[in-house]
Design a protein around this ligand. Structure first.
Ligand code: PLZ
Length: 452
């Protein structure tokens, strides 16, 4: 283990961090507890946390807290540190850029790294057509801008989003997001001209992709009208909503209808993008070429960066000065993104995500063979989830899900839940995690399930 300096007991992050699960105190330990007490006094109550720790280092497949607990990371900070926390290439690029210049505002005095990131996104996103990109700071901001661009391009106002969808916490993206608690309750009124229709949730709706698409399109035509519709926005695999993989044929039917009706199809790949699903973008899995794609999270290994990429003629419909922001595409985030993209392309991370998916699915299928409370196992690549149900009725079992997640946390495994019904445990490990830690994480989960 390398220390950050000889006088410190804090280990350096990144891949040299010892790859082990080690719980040496109750969680939180005394040092974390003291910091979390200060958090309770100083930080707004609305900003909650799921792991009772204060982090000092992370890398590979572990996160280390102030008390020396080493936790298995099955969350990647919600699908962000896909290349690995404190990846050496990212850390070096950030340090070098910070020493060079930290900010100019790209709208005032441009710089090359923003253009490099735009070119990389134009090249990597699906679709063999001319593309352009604009950069922002967060996933929600990218979604907001994709809608702005689609409205300007079409001259129409309405936007369709889907049941179980998640697109952010700003006003427009709250309107697009389906789930009230905790994201929307009490925070309205929400942006107008947003309509929600059912999508495809094969485990619960039993529909084929074609049937689910017909249901959605009929509602859109009857209740909104194609002539009023600027955009349809969907996550190719719904993230916060429960890692819902649409039935085959659903997404391509919706894309085809959009194309026939002059509606901009936006794929929100904020969570699914950048090798996460075992493809560079999840749209590839379903054979679709979105008009616009929103990206964030994995793009820059944790530095705040987001993008909207898509058909050049749509992207160019906004007038000069119509898109931007003080920090969008800031140089340090762009440097991090270029290093991360280098790792995605050259370090076999797409293949690694596929291996992780195969390992997780095999282990979870084996547990399910003797435990009908695992109602559904689904996902692609390093984006896999289990939906927990009452074995008799098939009803969502949020209490079991919370109990299992809590037990995993206590044993030093960072685990995330999700789902409209709060009954899904999702696995989003960094692609830098080793098989042994993955297996150990699943062992802890299996033991917790037996006790629950
Ligand atoms: N679109 C598909 O998954 C962010 C949110 C966690 P920001 N998902 C994690 C939380 O509780 O806030 C997300 C997403 C999809 C948009 C967003 C929003 O991205 O970078 O959080 O704004």
């Amino acid at each position: 283990m390398t220390l950050i300096d000889e006088t410190s007991t804090i280990p350096a992050g990144g891949p040299t961090l010892e790859q082990v699960r080690r719980v040496v105190t109750e969680l939180p330990g005394p040092k974390s507890a003291a910091i979390l007490a200060r958090k309770a006094d100083a930080v707004a109550a609305g900003v909650a946390h799921s792991m009772p720790v204060s982090v000092v280092a992370a890398g590979g497949g572990v996160v280390v807290d102030a008390d020396g607990n080493s936790l298995i990371d099955l969350g990647s900070g919600i699908a962000v540190t896909s290349v690995g926390n404190a990846h050496p290439k990212v850390a070096a690029a950030v340090a070098a850029q910070a020493a060079q210049f930290t900010h100019t505002c790209f709208m005032v005095s441009p710089y090359e790294s923003y253009v490099d990131v735009a070119e990389a996104l134009n090249r990597l996103t699906p679709g063999d057509f001319a593309k352009k990109t604009a950069l922002f700071n967060s996933g929600a901001e990218a979604v907001e801008n994709a809608i702005k661009i689609a409205r300007k391009h079409t001259g129409r106002q309405a936007v369709v989003a889907f049941d179980h969808g998640y697109h952010g916490r700003t006003n427009l993206t709250m309107a697009l997001t389906a789930k009230s608690m905790p994201y929307k309750a009490g925070f309205g009124p929400f942006a107008p001209e947003v309509y929600r229709v059912p999508g495809s949730y094969p485990y619960r709706d039993g529909l084929t992709g074609a049937e689910a698409a017909k249901r959605a399109i009929t509602l859109i035509e009857k209740q909104i009208g194609a002539d009023s519709l600027a955009a349809v926005i969907i996550e190719p695999i719904q993230g916060e909503g429960g890692f819902i993989v649409p039935a085959d044929g659903f997404l391509d039917a919706v894309v085809a209808w959009c194309r026939d009706n002059g509606v901009v199809f936006i794929a929100d790949e904020v969570q699914t993008g950048f090798a996460r699903t075992g493809a560079m973008f999840a749209s590839e899995i379903f054979g679709i070429e979105p008009d616009l794609i929103t990206t964030a999270k994995g793009i820059a290994a944790g530095l705040p960066l987001a993008g909207v990429t898509g058909r050049a003629e749509i992207m160019d419909s906004a007038h000069a000065g119509g898109l931007g922001g003080t920090y969008g595409g800031n140089p340090i985030a762009c440097a991090a993104a270029l290093a991360a993209i280098d790792a995605f392309e050259n370090d076999g991370l797409v293949e690694r995500a596929q291996q992780i998916g195969a390992l997780l699915t095999e282990r979870l299928d084996a547990i399910r063979a003797n435990d009908p409370r695992l109602g559904d196992i689904r996902g692609h690549g390093a984006m896999i989830a289990v939906e927990f149900v009452d074995a008799e009725t098939g009803a969502p079992d949020a209490a079991l899900t919370a109990a299992v997640a809590k037990a995993c946390v206590a044993e030093g495994v960072i685990i995330l839940t999700c789902g409209t019904f709060g009954n899904v445990i999702r696995f989003l490990p960094p692609l830098s995690i080793g098989d042994d830690l993955l297996n150990e994480g699943i062992d802890v989960l299996a033991a917790a399930l037996e006790r629950a």
